[in-house]
Ligand binder design. Sequence first.
Ligand code: KIV
Ligand code: ZN
Length: 393
Amino acid sequence: MTSTTDKDRVVIFDTTLRDGEQCPGATMNLDEKLAVAELLDTMGVDIIEAGFPIASNGDFEAVSEIAKRTKRATIAGLARAIPADIARAGEAVKHARRGRIHTFVSTSPIHLAHQMRKSEDEVVEIILKTVAQARDLVEDVEWSAMDATRTGIDYLCRCVEAAIRMGATTINLPDTVGYATPEEYRSMFRQVRERVPNADKAIFSTHCHNDIGLAVANSLAGVEGGARQIECTVNGIGERAGNAALEEVVMALRTRGDVMPYDTGIDSTMLTRASKLVSHATNFPVQYNKAIVGRNAFAHESGIHQDGMLKNANTYEIMTPASVGLTKTSLVMGKHSGRAAFRSKLTELGLSLSDNQLQDVFERFKDLADRKKHVYDEDIEALVDENLATAHD
Ligand code: KIV
Ligand code: ZN
């Protein structure tokens, strides 16, 4: 076991308002973005990527309003490696207590050949110029190697060295297309940090997409490889299959601190609120079985599990509902529920029955649960009323 004081700090960079908002249909208006940013700041997010200022006037306004209002977090604006983008991002974050320009360029052969149509040398020239331009505007500059995980390691190291030399303070190595495995991602960070001579002058960052469902696992592997910033979004929203989910990253580090001794500054009791707010603002439902914040994440229906939970919650829960901001575990009444959970539900509803009555109502409840998807408290009360009425006939 590792005590809290032995833990390294991992910085949480939330990109719900940028990469998250980039997923089809998740657009938020200014008021919604302000509300999300305020909550992220209150819950302890270190860096809020508030938008892509060159993308539209609305994005520019959102980044600059959030920059003006945010009390604690650093506010980042995204910029391509284009002078006009960088100038616009610098303008948008200039009123922040702490402002960051996050500039990126593709580094993989496939992007260089088909998207950028530039040579490796030309891209290095672009990195030198654009990072220097960003550093003239702000002290805090993040540089990202887009499609890093499909970039040859030698060329990746060359680009990272150039970005740090020109003053980048954070180096992000994204798995842009969600292609890497945890072992590959961990190893990429290790190699780059070992081979780039000025690597210790920057903080390394993960940015993982979830195309094959590995975004959170890869982010944690990146931290094992030496990254100390994780880029993520609330509810994991983002391009295509989304980004690493903030609530999963935070609770994985908290719950398994014994094997991953890293701390975030996040108040985890606000995770449920953040999830609901983002779901509401984007109109994106949260899948029922979503880890940490899905409505079934702390719900138990099977009789064996419910019985265990009534005896000791540690039998089937590895985190407390309170730790993510829920009031309690829910024992859902359904056809898999057992007698112990049923009796406990009756007590909760203030109903007391003799053993014979309980047996009769429990049998009727099982019949009903076979026919109905959801058995509500009102259904159980009606069964009890029916039982009492027949007893009096
Ligand atoms: O996925 C990605 O590569 C990005 C960059 C802009 C950091 O979102
Ligand atoms: Zn991304």
